[in-house]
Design a protein around this ligand. Structure first.
Ligand code: SAT
Ligand code: MN
Length: 609
């Protein structure tokens, strides 16, 4: 029996028993209960530096920061190894991978047997959301990765304070994780990132029993189980059952020059600049954007009938490449200290570098694979395109003072968007909640490279940006959104908008500058929520009049003609869009709610007029 390396800090019998059970299966060298302290973080960090797994960055450049290089096979979430193992396949639906839970547990127990030999089993009690908030949830992750422990320290609230709230009988989501690389007697990793080959990787969710089992990967969303696994896949199931919402949304606070505040939550597929939007620096004078969260929103109705949102996370797990002082100054400052970098390049003076950081590589680098890299001769990128920074939200200069308010913030507007070079205007507003749900259900992004077996130029639909994150049948998820609209009244529910920063002219020029100038669109959204904001009703929803978006100081970059094009209603484009939505909807069969069928039909009729 594995021995406890420190005193068991809880009298929660079920929790202790569960830990012992898994220790008996995984057979670690010892069990360590994490307390979430700085001393614990520092000790584990130093151990990983000593073992060669981590590089300590130059404290004069990046204080208290580390660099990790993963195995080249373990660089991103693995969607084809991610499973929703509900009892019935139908409950996982057409957009999820499914395996019968009994069968999957049998397979995985085989893999877990002895998988932690030579390693320590860390017990991480964590809270998603401010500790003690009635919107927050507690999870406990078992892992054999110290990298996971220190990342969880940043991304969630960890340790003793969580156990206090859990008490002797509190509920927690059990999360089991192993890198899947047992060590033989006397063997060590020799500084090499441990993981299992792809066919042994499993990121498994058991929605009925609210369990998460992850095996074989040490990376991001595969291993930090509070994030996509708990806060989205399992939480979406709980939210459906309990009448709330777990969404893949940023949350931002928008303050007008008069000091009026609106809170906006937005869902965008990956690579659409969600983190940038969450931390945007407005180009419009007097307007202020502050960040509540950049990835996930949990929302419950308050007694006043409004939806209140919390950010369940405590940090940002952001994509490094492309992040620079222009595109996202606040992210750069957030990641300027106390940060864990994964798969970026290392400079000679112990700093980090990545493609799109805003300046040329200073001399020879060590690339993300640990090889010497020289800009003049390089054939590959120095940083992996999915290289990440794990940074504390509290280090973000734009973090809103109320970001940890346990009551959450009342949401005024929902945004949906994607990368759409044509057809979809810069912004339009839904005509009703149902119409807004329709908008969310058709979110998609243009496929740029000929990736994923999709033809470049086609739209990959990613409803509500939840395609890889919905823990149940997507058709039922649409129905849940519709039901949420029944629980309150239109004046209290968030107004719903569809934005598209990515419009191009026929000859390929960007029509809209994006980034800080997106504050101009946010201003119109603010005004619409306030009952002002000039709009016209069109076949696809309310659109700003051509003069309704404030272009002060931008008149040269975005001309009247550009603005007309950005806000033009492209009837032929929408007719093609209609055909593509029809194909998209067919996937859901009987599960597609009638209200959405009706929305599509109504759109067709309006377009025909
Ligand atoms: O690796 S994560 O899933 O946490 C990040 C992402 O895919 O957005
Ligand atoms: Mn995300």
């Amino acid at each position: 029996m594995a021995k406890h390396l420190n005193a068991i800090p809880t009298k929660h019998a079920k929790l202790v028993e569960w830990v012992e059970q898994w220790a008996a299966i995984c057979k670690p060298e010892g069990i360590y209960w994490c307390d979430g302290s700085k001393a614990e973080y520092d000790r584990l960090a130093e151990e990983m530096v000593q073992s060669g797994l981590a590089v300590r960055l130059n404290p004069a450049k990046k204080p208290n920061s580390l660099l990790f290089r993963s195995d080249p096979s373990d660089v991103a979430r693995v969607e084809n190894r991610t499973f929703i193992a509900s009892e019935k396949q139908e409950d996982a639906g057409p957009t999820n991978n499914w395996i019968d839970p009994k069968e999957l547990k049998k397979t995985m127990l085989g893999l877990y047997d002895g998988c932690m030999k030579g390693r320590i089993l860390y017990v991480i009690p964590f809270s998603m959301g401010p500790v003690g908030s009635n919107i927050a949830k507690i999870g406990v992750e078992l892992t054999d990765s110290a990298y996971v422990v220190i990342n969880m320290h940043i991304m969630t609230r960890v340790g003793t304070k969580v156990l206090e709230v859990l008490g002797d009988k509190g509920e927690f989501v059990p999360c089991v994780h192993s890198v899947g690389k047992p060590l033989a007697e006397g063997e060590s990793d020799h500084g090499i990132w441990p993981c299992a080959p792809i066919e042994k990787k499993y990121i498994a969710h058991f929605p009925e029993t609210r369990e998460i089992w992850s095996f074989g990967s040490g990376y991001g969303g595969n291993a930090l189980l509070g994030k996509k696994c708990l806060a989205l896949r399992i939480a979406s199931v709980q939210a459906r059952d309990e009448g709330w919402m777990a969404e893949h949304m940023l949350i931002l606070k928008l303050t007008s020059p008069e000091g009026k505040v609106k809170y906006v939550a937005g869902a965008f597929p990956s690579a659409c600049g969600k983190t940038n939007l969450a931390m945007l620096i407005p180009t419009l004078k007097g307007w202020k954007v502050e960040t509540i969260g950049d990835d996930i929103a949990w929302m419950k109705f308050g007694k006043d009938g409004r939806l209140y949102a919390i950010n369940p996370e405590a940090g940002f797990f952001g994509v490094a490449p492309g992040t620079n002082m222009e595109s996202n100054k606040n992210a750069m400052i957030s990641a300027s200290r106390d940060t864990i970098f994964t798969n970026v390049a290392l400079t000679e003076d112990g700093d980090v570098w990545w493609e799109g950081i805003g300046y040329d590589a200073p001399g020879t680098l060590i690339d993300w694979k640990g090889q010497k890299w020289d800009a003049a001769t390089a054939t590959e990128k120095a940083a992996h395109p999915n290289a990440r920074f794990t940074a504390r939200a509290s280090n973000c200069p734009a973090i809103a003072p109320e970001w940890e308010d346990p009551a959450g913030v009342p949401i005024d507007a929902f945004l949906f968007g994607g990368r759409r070079p044509n057809t979809i205007p810069l912004v339009h507003q839904s005509m009703s909640w149902e119409h807004g749900v329709f908008m969310g259900s058709i979110v998609g992004s243009e496929v740029t490279a000929a990736a994923l077996d999709l033809k470049a130029g086609t739209v990959r639909r990613d409803p509500f940006a939840m395609l890889p994150f919905c823990g149940y049948n997507m058709g039922d998820y649409f129905a849940h959104w519709l039901e949420i609209g029944q629980k309150s009244t239109a004046d209290k529910l968030p107004k719903i908008f569809f934005v598209n920063w990515f419009r191009k002219t026929a000859d390929g020029r960007w029509l809209w500058p994006g980034f800080g100038d997106n504050s101009r669109v946010l201003k119109w959204i603010f005004e619409r929520c306030d009952g002002t904001g000039k709009a016209v009703e069109t076949q696809i929803g309310y659109m700003p009049t051509v003069d309704a978006i404030d272009r002060t100081g931008l008149e040269d970059k975005v001309t009247d003609a550009d603005m007309k094009e950005l806000l033009a209603l492209d009837i032929d484009g929408w007719k093609k869009e209609f055909d593509s939505i029809k194909v998209h909807y067919e996937k859901f069969g009987d599960k597609l709610p009638q209200a959405l069928r009706d929305q599509l039909k109504a759109l067709e009729q309006r377009l025909a007029k």
